[in-house]
Design a protein around this ligand. Structure first.
Ligand SMILES: [Mg+2]
Length: 186
């Protein structure tokens, strides 16, 4: 085990288990085969660019195939209620706004509602300090995705610069893949 006072130790605590080019590149059948039963999904820049008001057909189809694979979905977002409601309603899944990630409460509530436990729950998000850290603290498997849009609001933009530096360091140390995984989509 790595010593708790080293940089490597802290990078290990923050490192996503997997790294994908996009949420849509994640294969629901592969998750199901691994025993995954629930997905906790970030909204902004994970399911849609933060400015997009409605889910795309592609996303709706992906959610559908996740559910057909026997996996439940729950949106956990730090965004306000209206946008989260709009997305969760049109996708036919539940959602929790104002989640205050990386705090654990919303993650635990989502698992309770899905009837899952950390062992069979995967957290998918585009931010290390909220989605990945929050998911890891609950003991969930975590997947980082490349942000759907490179433009962010002021505060997020600053955090993202720090995240990028941290992420590069993880890659240099071999804690995450150098390139995100992609899937052949037609
Ligand atoms: Mg996000």
């Amino acid at each position: 085990m790595t010593r708790p006072w080293t940089i490597r130790y802290w990078l290990e605590q923050l490192a996503p288990h997997e790294y994908y080019n996009s949420t849509l590149d994640i294969d629901p059948a592969e998750l199901a085969a691994r025993g995954v039963r629930g997905l906790i999904l970030d909204l902004d820049n994970t399911l849609a660019p933060w400015k997009h008001g409605v889910p795309t057909t592609e996303l709706a189809e992906w959610i559908e195939s996740v559910q057909q694979a026997g996996i439940r979905c729950h949106i956990v977002s730090n965004h306000v209620g209206r946008r989260v409601r709009l997305f969760s309603r049109s996708l036919g899944i539940k959602g929790t706004p104002n989640a205050r990630k990386p705090a654990g409460r919303a993650f635990r509530a989502a698992m309770r509602l899905m009837g899952t436990v950390p062992r069979d729950t995967v957290v998918i998000g585009d931010q290390i300090f909220t989605d990945i850290l929050g998911g890891r603290r609950q003991g969930c498997h975590t997947i980082l995705v490349v942000p759907a849009c490179s433009m962010d609001l002021g505060w997020t933009r600053l955090v993202r610069r720090i995240e990028r530096a941290v992420f590069r360091e993880m890659q240099v140390r071999g804690l995450v893949a150098a390139e995100p995984r992609r899937r052949d989509r037609r």
